[in-house]
Design a protein around this ligand. Structure first.
Ligand SMILES: *Cc1c(COP(=O)(O)O)cnc(C)c1O
Length: 379
């Protein structure tokens, strides 16, 4: 089955009870047993729920994996991965990382004796300098947020294999429509389903997909033991989102390109960060591992003025000023005052998050409306 067919049918079949084409929302915590242990595959909804199972199978299918696990948020999914580790273990992670992942690593897991190295991975060889006998995991996010750096998954997977460490890839920005990390050699794919997979800004959810049965069993044990699962209602919504992922992504990519090209041609715009430009430093890698370049675009204004950036995001009318990304509606954010406000100015500027940086999640509205909106807001 090819990708577009998988989003609609992959891992899914009509419900056995009445043939419902969409899996019913099994809004139940527990399941009747005929005799102790005599159940029909489900005992208690933390351990398993039919609606969640349908979603987990669909997630595995679209990522070309064997096993899917769904969690109450993207961070809960990441939390489960790090719980594979022991005190004394080390992780090499992308430096330009989703802020919540950084906080989880640095403020929660560091105190349990796990060491994290935050490394610029655009040059994969740099990773090897941080690998030693305690290294157990390489954590990659690509493209990165909000600077749109692209990391070579295949090259990173080769390093992971050589040193016998796990490679996990946060595939939230790209989605399996654009890149499938397991096929490129990753061991674990992670998603904030909240974003493009859900696609409608109406749920918070996370997911992991793996191929290896033993790794899946260990993660399932953590999912059940720690308990950060998602509910059946949200599982249903995410399943519905998956069914249109390919058509939404195609439009996100088209609109992302139009917006990036418009911004690049605007006399008041300084830099536009979008991996589809041939001038993007990681364009060749992006082209080789992604089907297209996505709907995330960041830019700065000439003069790098903080107040000017604030006034642009305030004047936008079709783009909504809000955190998050990946929904059908276009969103704009100002990292320096929003997602990255807690990071000291000097620190955030080191990774490129300067005062005038604006990040757009380009939705699937009419291109002309999006461009006119940017035109009137930038002035
Ligand atoms: C949003 C996001 C997360 C965290 O997911 P939640 O669902 O908000 O917990 C992790 N990684 C990336 C790249 C994200 O955009």
């Amino acid at each position: 089955m090819k990708f577009n067919t998988k989003t609609i049918h992959g891992g899914q079949k009509p419900d056995p009870a009445y043939g419902a084409v969409m899996p019913p929302i099994y809004q139940t915590s527990t399941y009747a047993q005929s005799t102790p242990g005599g159940h029909k595959g489900f005992e208690y909804s933390r351990s398993g729920n039919p609606t969640r199972s349908a979603l987990e199978n669909a997630l595995a299918s679209i990522e070309n994996g064997n096993h899917g696990l769904a969690f109450g948020s993207g961070l809960a999914a990441i939390d489960a991965v790090i719980k594979l580790l022991e005190p004394g273990d080390e992780v090499v992670s992308t430096n330009d990382l989703y802020g919540g992942s950084y906080r989880l690593f640095n403020s929660i897991f560091k105190k349990f004796g796990i060491t994290f190295h935050f490394v610029g991975m655009e040059n994969a060889e740099a990773i090897e300098d941080y690998i030693n006998e305690n290294t157990k995991l390489i954590w990659v996010e690509t493209p990165t947020n909000p600077m749109m750096n692209v990391i070579d998954i295949k090259a990173t997977a080769a390093i992971a294999k050589k040193h016998k460490v796990l490679l996990a890839v946060d595939n939230t920005f790209a989605t399996p429509y654009l890149q499938q990390p397991l096929d490129l050699g990753a061991d674990i794919v992670m998603h904030s389903v909240t974003k493009y997979i859900g696609g409608h800004s109406d749920l918070v959810m996370g997911a992991l997909v793996v191929n290896d049965k033993e790794l899946a069993d260990r993660l399932y044990f953590i999912q059940n033991a720690s308990g950060a699962v998602c509910g059946p209602q949200d599982s249903f919504l995410a399943l519905r989102g998956i069914k249109t992922l390919h058509v939404r992504m195609q439009r996100h990519c088209e609109n992302g390109r139009a917006v990036a090209e418009y911004l690049a041609s605007h006399p008041d715009i300084q830099d536009v960060y979008w991996p589809g430009f041939e001038s993007h430093p990681n364009h060749a890698v992006a082209k080789s591992q992604m089907k297209d370049f996505g709907g995330m675009v960041s830019f700065t204004t000439k003069g790098n003025d903080y107040d000017k950036a604030i006034s642009i995001v305030e004047r936008l009318k079709v783009f909504t000023l809000a955190e998050s990304l990946g929904g059908v509606e276009s969103l704009a954010g100002h990292p320096a005052s929003m997602t990255h406000a807690s990071i000291p100015k000097e620190e955030r500027e080191k990774t490129g998050v300067v005062d005038s940086l604006i990040r757009l999640s380009v939705g699937i509205e009419d291109q002309e409306d999006l461009i006119n909106d940017l035109k009137q807001a930038i002035g």
